[in-house]
Design a protein around this ligand. Structure first.
Ligand SMILES: Cc1ncc(COP(=O)(O)O)c(C=O)c1O
Length: 402
């Protein structure tokens, strides 16, 4: 290795790094990793095997199922383990909807739901996407108005991944119950951040994902209310009560179970108030110190870890890169659309002009973040924005005019 490469490597390693992109993915917490560790090599059995090794892992899977059920307020038998949020969303949608059915969704869903709905349209289903207002909220009255005699499913997310805005899911649940329509909610960004009780929400299906709550990537769960007839997407063995074939990902499931336990404890202890304080400090300081900024989704109820802020006159992607070079990881929104030139579908659905949507940055905190991390970010952001604006012809023209 050349001395130049070695020098660069040392520089990268020595740099302080703060991660504020926890809505993209979270680090596995040490206690979750420790809970999973024995299930890689020591307790390696297939949970379907009847011998000792299988019984050992079966017990761990069922323990995790109970922990997830406790977080969601349902029975353990109503929890189906999946490979993550995308699979849970797909299973809920394609497990229920058939040609000729009508589905009701919203314009701000994650692509796991939006692209599933798009596919439904290509196979002879009708989909209505209810709009959101300027703060990113669906109006339940629009949901009621959009119902049809052939509506089979309402799928509207609980918390948005870009803005953190929490939808009025209980009201939507009531509408669904009155109309005798299935209600699925994508709670991937809500789990562990706000209390979830499926009975209170009135949903028949709800998806969560491990890696958004400090468990590993590649594991999740779908709550399916008892008695729901759901066609499996994967066919094979009769795992997960014949709802999801395939040998269980035991270490991942154990991690998800532990994450659910920690999430429940954290919610009970009020840990999220500390996170909301840090989030609010980021927001307040930026708005006070950097001109032409604002919060997308302000005024609406939001999960405590997320704020989405626009910095007019700069490109969000350029700010993400400039901050990353200084050690701060943030995002322009959905991780999967990063690098795309298209402005966020969520922010444009909220009525933001494309330039403002492209100038927006998401800050999303995790359990590992500290007030020191917040200070680190606040020390960097104003100067980095100022530097980028100096290079912005639009900003300079505006400065000359004013
Ligand atoms: C709201 C929402 N739904 C679904 C998903 C997909 O989850 P997964 O990455 O576990 O497939 C994500 C991930 O970003 C999300 O934020």
């Amino acid at each position: 290795m050349s001395s130049l490469v070695q020098g660069l490597k040392r520089k990268i390693q020595a740099m302080r790094r703060v991660y504020f992109d926890n809505n993209a993915t979270t680090p596995v917490l040490p206690e979750i990793f420790e809970a999973m560790r024995p299930y890689f090599a020591e307790h390696f059995g297939n949970a379907s095997s009847i011998h000792h090794h299988g019984q050992e892992t079966r017990a761990a899977v069922e323990h995790a199922r109970e922990s997830v059920a406790a977080l969601l307020g349902c029975r353990a038998s109503e929890v189906v383990f999946t490979s993550g949020g995308t699979e849970g969303d797909n299973l809920a949608i394609f497990g229920l909807v058939r040609e000729g059915d009508h589905v009701l969704s919203s314009t701000i869903e994650h692509h796991a739901v939006l692209n599933s709905c798009k596919h439904l349209q290509s196979i002879g289903c009708e989909v209505t996407y209810v709009p959101v207002d300027g703060s990113g909220l669906v109006d339940p009255k629009d949901v009621r108005r959009a119902l049809r005699s052939n509506t089979k499913l309402i799928t509207i997310m609980m918390a948005n991944n870009e803005t953190g805005v929490v939808q009025p899911v209980e009201e939507i649940g009531k509408i669904a119950a009155e109309a005798d329509v299935y209600f699925h909610t994508d709670a991937v960004q809500a789990a562990g951040k706000v209390p979830i009780d499926v009975k209170h929400i009135g949903c028949g299906l709800l998806s969560i994902s491990g890696h958004k709550m400090h468990a590993p990537q590649g594991v999740g769960a779908l709550y399916v209310r008892k008695g729901t007839i759901l066609q499996p997407m994967l066919r094979g063995g009769s795992h997960e009560r014949s709802r999801r074939a395939g040998t269980e990902n035991v270490p991942g499931i154990v991690g998800l179970g532990k994450a659910a336990e920690l999430a429940e404890e954290g919610l009970r202890r009020g840990d999220l108030a500390r996170m909301a304080e840090m989030r609010d400090r980021i927001q307040e300081k930026i708005l006070a110190e950097v001109e032409a900024t604002g919060v997308n989704g302000e005024g609406a109820p939001r999960v405590p870890n997320t704020t989405n802020i626009y910095f007019d006159y700069i490109e969000g992607e350029a700010l993400v890169i400039a901050l990353d070079l200084k050690g701060l990881a943030v995002s322009t929104g959905a991780a999967c659309s990063s690098g795309a030139i298209e402005p966020s579908h969520v922010l444009t659905a909220m009525g933001l002009p494309p330039e403002r949507a492209r100038a927006s940055i998401r800050f999303s905190l995790g359990k590992q973040n500290t007030p020191d991390d917040v200070q680190f970010a606040l020390d960097l952001i104003p100067q980095t924005v100022a530097r980028l604006r100096e290079l912005s012809p639009v900003y300079n023209k505006r400065a000359v005019r004013s």
